[in-house]
Design a binder for this molecule. Structure first.
Ligand SMILES: [Zn+2]
Ligand SMILES: [Zn+2]
Length: 155
């Protein structure tokens, strides 16, 4: 699996590799993600920031206002401005990697659909994957090993 977890921006100046599988994968249908991407949802792989190995380039953090009041830092290629990953609320040890930037985005299917209250009506969700109107209780849903990894970075 490791070898498939490489990705990069549109102009190829930034290339990265995930050093392991992520802790969990969100498909987020919130309005902020829709606006930022200009699309129906975003797919975020939650992983320790130090497991994102940069192979080329260095993305630049752009602060974007968030509903929570704490800005979201979106890391973009300095040239083509593709958004590669982001961090919320100053938690720099946890990154949300945009799965669409992987060379093989199918490698990381969503583990959960969130903020389905603003899901576009023509998007049909698979029944087998948990879905929530807003956020969810990760302690109920995440594998024990992932919860342990999160504790290790966030306490
Ligand atoms: Zn680029
Ligand atoms: Zn969202």
């Amino acid at each position: 699996m490791k070898d498939s977890l490489q990705g990069g921006c549109a102009c190829d100046k930034v290339r990265y590799r995930l050093a392991s599988a992520p802790m969990f994968v969100h498909c987020c249908h919130c309005r902020e993600c829709q606006r930022q991407t200009g699309s129906a949802f975003v797919i975020n792989a939650l992983i320790e920031t130090d497991r994102i190995a940069l192979l080329a380039g260095e993305p630049k953090a752009v602060a974007v206002p968030a509903e929570s009041g704490r800005p979201q830092e979106i890391y973009r290629c300095r040239d083509c401005q593709t958004a590669l990953w982001s961090q919320y609320g100053g938690r720099t040890t946890l990154s949300f990697v945009r799965v669409g930037t992987l060379d093989d985005p199918a490698a990381l299917p969503p583990d959960v659909h969130i903020y389905t209250r603003s899901k576009l009506p023509w998007v049909t969700l698979p029944r087998a994957i948990p879905a929530f109107e807003a956020y969810y209780d990760s302690s109920q849903l995440w594998p024990a090993a992932s919860l342990e990894r999160r504790r290790a970075i966030l306490g």
